[in-house]
Design a protein. Structure first.
Length: 657
């Protein structure tokens, strides 16, 4: 070894290392030296972590059934007090430290408290014996009042050390519980101060998480000036997480009209869980999880149990409905758009890290999955219409995910540069998308009329060659190789799949404008199928429309009236002309046969035309998916059955899409 490391060099002056250099930190001094090891740092989050620890201790009393009211008061001078009406911290001498009260042991000794054995608390939050002492160590001053057994006790501390002995203040009536009033130490946190709005949100979330508690909030009015935070409030939510979810998603469209909510006990007294979930039609969702009222922003095993229960439940429901596509559903598909809350209460929760951002108890996943799977299955079976819509929603997400994976297109160029046919896309001159629209028309003949009839500033025209590909029955390879659809995607400019961005859509509206006959209706159906399958976000955003060109012109003298179809022709005849008048009836062969001025007047000019907006009603999601599969899918027998069921006695010819 001496050959490997060589001989030690001469010692530098003043670097002697002896027993005298071994430093022993006693009491709570390690906390003050290294606060980041206990509360994650000394920033704003760490400061408010102190408040959360004291509030969690009060919540533990409520969850254990010994308290039903908590008072939180923020005073001037950065003083915070938390009071509960629970049992009160024990004040009798501690068996291991007979010269100290149990209260003083709790506030001056790390890893002390009533949450280790499980005898005093079945489930609890807090830092399990670290919280109170850590808060005391990092406080400039801390005062504790305990009302217990009809007597009031008080003790004061400063920077973790008692400054007074435990004093008996006398008898008290109609009062019990613990009051902790403290001021964080500026030596640790500098000029940081508690923020009323953050503390209020903390109190509100705790009240939601445990429906049996009432939290009374109060602060100095000047501390909430200019904010939405009230100076006083009583927070009590009998509906628990369901109340929170309703408030959080107020005004937003949902896939299911009623949320899935449940409060369930785990077997053998292992704890319980509460959940409230729904799915949003648009925008980002959220999932907030808690363990023993402690936020777990990084999730953990309880969230894994929830994911498994929902995915297996929806797949199982799909199997009952004989929907083969349900097998492709993953947690990503189910949790896209999910808005929900999950709260569990378990014995001896284990967290990743001292700041408890992730639950790691292995049995939590099994407990949550087992309890919620059964209840979720019953909810699906008891609400078939909602379940069908939710299953269709998840399948849509799965298909979008699979399309994104298969999409190998390179990043798009601008539309006018990509299209090779000269003049195929007649773009509008306005640069911004606001107030603009693009007309999708069949063929160059109709395109020529539309280009002459349009408002060149705001209206663009893209002629398409005949009937486009039916994307509902075509393979992904065919879809990617179809030039007409490539041109359309390029013209829109918003991309598809994971490259889709509604903000990049080059036009405010997309108007499908086809002939007012059977072929035109078929082309319009193919285009709507394309948007439904490949760009559903555009449909949900209300950007896709159908133009309504007339099929007939009715003339008598100098009077002209237009009719959309045969039935409308009869109505217009009766409404505008007398029975004995000789009315000239002209049938338009197509948009290409209409004079540009007439096309503009009847179909393209805002204020004179009629447009139908293409929508996807959330409550009809499952029915829409089923109809799309029947009419546009790969099974012609489904179309034949639809025609038989809806022909109403008329002869019908099956035309395969």
């Amino acid at each position: 070894m001496s050959d490997l490391f060589g001989k030690p060099g001469p010692a530098k002056p003043g670097t002697a290392y002896t027993a005298a250099d071994i430093e022993v930190l006693e009491g709570l001094e390690p906390v003050r030296r290294r606060p980041g090891m206990y509360i994650g740092g000394t920033d704003d989050n760490a400061l408010h972590h102190l408040a959360a620890e004291i509030l969690d201790n009060a919540m533990d009393e409520a969850v254990a059934g010994h308290a039903d009211r908590i008072e939180v008061v923020l005073e001037a001078g950065n003083l915070l007090s938390v009071r509960d009406n629970g049992r009160g911290i024990p004040v009798d001498p501690h068996p291991k430290f007979p010269k100290l009260s149990a209260l003083e042991v709790i506030f001056t000794t790390l890893h002390s408290g009533g949450k280790f054995s499980g005898k005093a608390y079945d489930t609890s939050g807090g830092l399990h014996g670290v919280g109170s002492s850590v808060v005391n160590a990092l406080s400039e001053s801390l005062e504790v009042e305990v009302a217990r057994g009809g007597e009031l006790f008080r003790q004061g501390y400063a920077r973790g050390k008692p400054v007074t002995k435990l004093k008996r203040e006398g008898e008290v009536r109609n009062r019990r519980g613990t009051l902790i009033r403290f001021k964080p130490d500026p030596e640790i946190f500098g000029q940081l101060a508690f923020r009323a709005e953050r503390l209020f949100k903390l109190c509100r979330s705790k009240a939601y998480l445990y429906r049996g508690v009432e939290i009374r909030w109060r602060c100095e009015p000047k501390l909430v000036a200019g904010t939405d935070t009230p100076p006083e409030a009583t927070l009590h939510f009998p509906g628990g997480l369901a109340d929170f979810l309703s408030a959080a998603i107020e005004g937003r469209g949902t896939v299911v009209p009623e949320p899935f909510a449940a409060l369930l006990d785990f077997p053998a007294g292992a704890g319980r869980c509460e959940v409230a979930l729904t799915w949003l039609e648009q925008g980002d969702g959220f999932l907030s999880t808690y363990a023993n009222t402690i936020p777990t922003p990084q999730g953990g095993t309880h969230e894994a149990g929830l994911r498994a229960a929902l995915v297996k439940g929806l797949r199982g429901y799909g199997e009952l409905k004989k929907e083969k596509r349900a097998a492709t559903i993953t947690a990503e598909d189910v949790f896209t758009g999910l808005a929900g809350m999950l709260s569990v209460f378990i014995r001896e929760p284990q967290f990743q890290g001292q700041t408890k951002e992730k639950l790691t108890n292995a049995d939590a996943q099994r407990l949550v999955e087992t309890a919620l799977r059964d209840r979720f299955d019953h909810w699906l079976a008891g609400h078939p219409a909602m379940a069908d819509n939710l299953l269709a929603f998840a399948i849509e997400r799965a298909e979008e995910r699979l399309r994104r994976r298969a999409d190998k297109d390179t990043p798009r160029k601008t539309a006018t540069r990509k299209l090779r046919l000269p003049g195929k896309l007649a773009d509008c001159s306005r640069e911004s998308a606001q107030g603009t629209e693009i007309f999708l028309v069949e063929g160059d003949s109709a395109g020529g009329s539309a280009k002459q009839a349009r408002d060149r500033e705001t209206q663009a025209v893209l002629p398409l060659r005949g009937k486009i590909l039916n994307v509902a029955s075509a393979s992904a390879e065919k879809l990617r190789g179809n030039q007409e659809l490539k041109d359309l995607i390029e013209a829109l400019g918003c991309g598809v799949g994971d490259r889709f961005d509604l903000a990049r859509l080059r036009y405010g509206r997309v108007v499908i404008m086809t002939d007012a006959d059977v072929d035109g209706a078929h082309i319009a159906a193919l285009l709507m199928t394309f948007f439904y399958k490949e760009l559903p976000e555009m449909v949900r955003a209300g950007r896709v429309f159908l133009a309504q060109p007339p099929l007939y012109r009715l003339q008598h003298g100098g009077k002209s009236v237009y009719a959309m179809d045969d039935a409308d022709r009869e109505r217009q005849m009766k409404r505008h002309f007398k029975p004995n008048q000789k009315v000239e009836v002209s049938r338009f062969k197509g948009l290409g046969e209409m004079p540009p001025a007439l096309l503009r007047e009847t179909t393209m000019a805002p204020g004179k035309r009629t447009l139908l907006q293409v929508v996807l009603p959330p409550e009809e999601r499952a029915a829409t998916a089923e109809l799309m599969e029947a009419l546009m899918g790969r099974k012609p027998e489904l179309r034949f059955k639809f025609i038989q069921d809806n022909a109403a006695g008329l002869d019908a010819e099956l035309v395969d899409a």
